[in-house]
Design a protein around this ligand. Structure first.
Ligand SMILES: Nc1ncnc2c1ncn2[C@@H]1O[C@H](COP(=O)(O)OP(=O)(O)O)[C@@H](O)[C@H]1O
Ligand SMILES: [Mg+2]
Length: 235
């Protein structure tokens, strides 16, 4: 990882994956001018899918969720460059890749200092030909085998002691080879012990239940055991 210190901003990037000018790659306008925006997705903010020289990438500006987020949309208290959301997620993704978890490769992260606060962006690999679980389950149900694969990824993530504080079915993708990916590690962190792991699974289960009503996904409570048993299976 390379680090670039500019006036009021720090950029961290992987020089093998990023061939563009690091200081320009966080502006959606840059990619628009180059005619390299290939799509977008709506979450808390907009994630732009762009065609970088080396690989397709997902560009996200960090946004707050919830009520507070309506007032202060994208500013966070600055307590040091290495504590910024973007740097933390960049590092966590690399740690997870080393642990063998299927997560996007981080390409570049940036934090921009404002008076007491900062804003942040992350450019990561776009998982090719993947869809999130919500959109897949709106079309068809998943096999027991697929649910077990989801459980396996959660198990590996937990073996790396990573607490995914927003594990929901929008943040799980499946690609054309039936590989399961976990995304969106904003605010996630490494934590010792095991007591917190059940909480990740509880949140994921609530997400299935919620989307049955909201998005008419094809999911039945009886399928949940495949995920949870695999995630907590000890062999
Ligand atoms: N690396 C990626 N590859 C493919 N799709 C992605 C990727 N990152 C995000 N997406 C899509 O964009 C949506 C929003 O991105 P996400 O990182 O979850 O941000 P947030 O939930 O904070 O808005 C995801 O639900 C997913 O559909
Ligand atoms: Mg998300």
């Amino acid at each position: 990882m390379k680090e670039l210190t500019l006036d009021k901003q720090t950029i961290w990037y992987d020089e093998v994956l990023l061939l563009e000018e690091p200081s320009r790659c966080f502006a959606p306008e840059f990619w628009q001018q180059e005619d390299k925006v290939v799509g977008s997705a709506q979450g808390r903010g907009t994630t732009w899918f762009v065609q970088a020289e080396k690989l397709d990438a997902a560009l996200r500006h960090y946004h707050r969720g919830g009520l507070f987020g309506k007032l202060v949309k994208d500013q966070y208290i600055f307590t040091g460059w290495k504590n910024t959301r973007s740097y933390q997620e960049f590092q966590l993704l690399n740690l997870l890749i080393e642990a063998g978890v299927n997560v996007p490769r981080p390409i570049a992260a940036r934090a921009v200092k404002r008076t007491f606060c900062y804003q942040a962006d992350l450019l990561s690999e776009k998982i090719p030909n993947a869809r999130d679980l919500v959109s897949i389950l709106q079309e068809h149900s998943l096999s027991a085998e697929m649910y077990k694969k989801i459980g396996e990824q959660i198990k590996k993530m937990h073996e790396a002691q990573v607490n995914h504080t927003d594990l929901n079915i929008h943040n799980i993708l499946i690609d054309e080879n039936s590989t399961v990916w976990i995304i969106d590690f904003d605010k996630c962190y490494q934590q010792p012990g095991n007591g917190w792991k059940q909480g990740n699974l509880d949140r994921l289960k609530r997400s299935f239940i919620k989307e049955v009503n909201k998005c008419q996904i094809k999911w039945d409570e009886s399928e949940w055991s495949y995920v949870v048993n695999t995630a907590f299976n000890s062999n």
